[in-house]
Design a protein around this ligand. Structure first.
Ligand code: SF4
Length: 669
């Protein structure tokens, strides 16, 4: 029987294949712990510091555990399936394009691995043909209809029929009309079933030993399993990488969300009053078209009432976050759901008279969608889902269009994850570089995801932080929570000083977008004078583009907020300095966070110690972790928040970091 040492130790198959590969003890420890957890059907949480090589650390034992599949003769016998879920596309790409092909070539076991995508990512050949046939009546503009011919040509050549393979950017209203959709599928009765992209992908999933998915798809599947439906085939083991994001992603998918845009989109796809186009025009359903007009008016009235409620409530809510907590059911009346149900019934009735199965299904699907949306609105309005917090999102998009969202999410997602995942699956492995708080407490993470059983493992980084990194704590700074203006002015001076120290090559991390913009404005002319490159999140340039430009431009400084604190990898001299302007405590201005803190308080706990502090420590670790990405990286992390030194909790931040040199310096004059 093969062991992880055979593959990962010095002289093992991976090192024989990869030039320069050195086995790492933490990686071997991780691989052995994962192998034991899978064999013993236990859950495991692993914090593996930067450089451990955690993807191989879990992938090798996962593949070896499939050895039993080699002798399985039928699906029902012992065939095991493993799901590997990540939060980011970049990690999925690394697994699918790099790690899995490598392991397939060095591990003498037959296994198949497939990247799973949500159903809506695949084009439906039957719907595409229908859309082309009725394009003149379905689409409001020439631009929309003109996309169909190139898509049709592509559908004859593409290998997997998924949207990411499309060479053109398809308009959302066009894709909605041609994508594969559960409620608008004829299944085996479909004339295109034999060459259907979605069903081929599904077959590949059924046959695969390893499914690579993203957290969004994984938790959508988990939420649907509660209703007896599943998108993914059954599995016995799950590996959740980037596990620090799991609770938030689960919360997004186990709640509720209906937007004004969704209602508008659904109604106008049925009948667009201005252009006289839509599905109901295709079927010449004049009375249903009139109902759409009534629904549109009712939707305007309903969301207008919601906006009125927002404006009346805005005095006590946080305008900055554009979110308004709804503490009681029935804040507005709802004529809309009733009318949408009438429309759904009318469309379903029309479907009964139609002979063509495809045309019938188009109408049945439209009817189902109306019923689901009207149900969600009423569920939200009456606050029917228990243990959730409800809120309204209200803002204006850059385009000037108003956005109103009716949202609900579980206050505590832990019990739901426990009941639907930990209690149902043999072994769940959760890995991340940032899970533990302080020396080695996993409590915050475990509480958030609802894990009450299984083991923890903390593995340090193989990098020599004592030699490679220096943490500089600046004293003499004002407290940002009580003296914000002075702190911000001092930060500007300190940023100048420390950017000069490493001749640029720095990230400046902020917790507030407003302060980022002010700092960039105040420092811009000074930076231009000194010929530093300036890259800022406030420029509106996409994160990946900003990063690529930063990496290619020596002596540059990047100003970033939340998304730059984590998941950003800059190796080499381009990044030698990470300046942290403020400890990343969340401001409790979001209804969900407020509700979580209230719930801890109500049960006699301390919201700061139990939630805000550990959450901030994990974000701080992520920010610190941007500096050292390889064995040859070195540099400084500068903290401009005095609370890390003056408050008792400050030491939790420092003790959570890898052991490195800590120096105190006075505020530069
Ligand atoms: S089987 Fe379903 S998804 Fe596939 S082409 Fe037919 S209708 Fe579309």
């Amino acid at each position: 029987m093969l062991t992880v040492e055979d593959i990962l130790a010095d002289g093992g198959s991976v090192s024989r294949r990869l030039e320069g590969y050195e086995s790492r003890q933490p990686q071997l420890d991780m691989a052995n712990a994962v192998a034991r957890a899978i064999a013993d059907k236990r859950h495991l949480v692993v914090e593996a510091g930067t450089g451990v090589g955690k993807s191989l650390g879990y992938m090798v034992p996962a593949i070896l555990s499939l050895e039993a599949n080699q002798s399985a003769t039928s699906e029902s016998e012992t065939k095991r399936r493993i799901v590997v879920s990540t939060n980011t596309i970049s990690l999925q790409e690394q697994l699918v394009n790099k790690d899995l092909p490598l392991l397939n070539s060095v591990i003498p076991l037959e296994f198949s691995a497939v990247l799973a995508k949500g159903r809506g990512n695949y084009v439906s050949l039957r719907r595409l043909a229908d859309a082309r046939k009725n394009a003149g009546l379905l689409f409001s503009s020439e631009g929309e209809a003109s996309q169909l011919d190139p898509i049709n040509a592509w559908s004859g050549e593409t290998a997997d029929g998924s949207r990411s393979d499309l060479p053109v950017r398809v308009l959302p209203q066009v894709w909605d009309e041609i994508r594969s959709d559960t409620s608008n599928c004829l299944g085996r009765k479909c004339p295109r079933h034999s060459d259907c992209f979605y069903y081929s992908a599904r077959q590949r999933l059924q046959n695969a030993d390893i499914l690579v998915v993203n957290h969004a798809l994984f938790f959508t599947d988990l939420a649907l399993r509660r209703l007896g439906v599943n998108l993914l085939p059954d599995y016995q083991c799950v590996i959740l990488d980037e596990a620090h994001t799991v609770a938030d992603v689960a919360s997004d998918h186990l709640g509720l969300g209906v937007t004004m845009g969704q209602i508008d989109f659904t109604l106008s796809r049925l009948y667009n009053n201005r252009s006289n186009k839509g599905l109901l025009v295709v079927h010449d359903l004049g009375d249903a078209q009139k109902l759409v007009v009534k629904c549109t008016l009712a939707a305007n009235e309903f969301f207008g009432d919601i906006q009125g409620w927002v404006e009346r409530t805005a005095g006590n809510a946080n305008r900055k976050s554009n979110t308004y907590r709804v503490n009681k059911p029935g804040i507005v009346a709802n004529r809309l759901s009733k009318l949408m149900n009438q429309l759904a019934d009318r469309v379903a009735l029309a479907a009964e008279d139609i002979k063509s199965p495809a045309a019938k299904q188009n109408l049945v699907s439209a009817s189902d969608r109306l019923t689901a949306l009207s149900g969600s609105i009423e569920q939200w309005r009456k606050q029917e889902i228990e243990d959730c917090v409800y809120w309204v999102e209200s803002s204006f998009r850059r385009s000037g269009k108003q956005h109103i969202g009716l949202m609900a999410a579980p206050v505590d997602v832990g019990p739901l994850i426990r009941e639907n995942l930990f209690d149902k699956v043999d072994s769940v492995i959760m890995a991340s570089a940032t899970i533990a708080v302080g020396e080695s407490s996993f409590d915050f993470f475990r509480n958030r995801v609802g894990l009450t059983r299984g083991d923890n493992l903390k593995l340090g980084s193989p990098f020599n932080y004592q030699e490679q990194a220096e943490l500089i704590v600046v004293h003499g700074m004002a407290n940002p929570s009580t003296n914000r203006d002075v702190h911000e002015r001092q930060c500007i001076d300190a940023i100048r000083h420390y950017v000069d120290r490493t001749d640029g090559n720095a990230f400046v991390l902020f917790t507030s977008y407003e302060f980022l913009k002010r700092a960039e404005r105040d420092l811009r002319s000074w930076m231009i004078e000194r010929d530093y490159g300036i890259f800022s999140q406030a420029s509106g340039v996409a994160r990946s583009q900003l990063l690529d430009q930063f990496k290619e431009s020596p002596r540059s400084v990047l100003f970033g907020t939340a998304s730059f604190w984590q998941g950003v990898d800059v190796q080499g001299d381009s990044l030698q300095n990470v300046i942290i302007t403020k400890l990343p405590f969340s401001v409790p201005d979001q209804p969900l966070l407020q509700a979580r803190l209230d719930s801890i308080r109500e049960s006699g706990g301390n919201p700061f110690n139990e939630y805000q502090l550990p959450e901030a420590v994990i974000k701080f670790k992520q920010g610190f972790g941007r500096l050292i990405r390889s064995k040859s990286d070195s540099g400084i992390v500068v903290v401009l928040d005095p609370r890390i030194r003056t408050k008792p909790y400050g030491r939790v931040f420092i003790s959570s970091l890898p052991k490195c040199k800590v120096v105190q310096e006075p505020l530069p004059s």
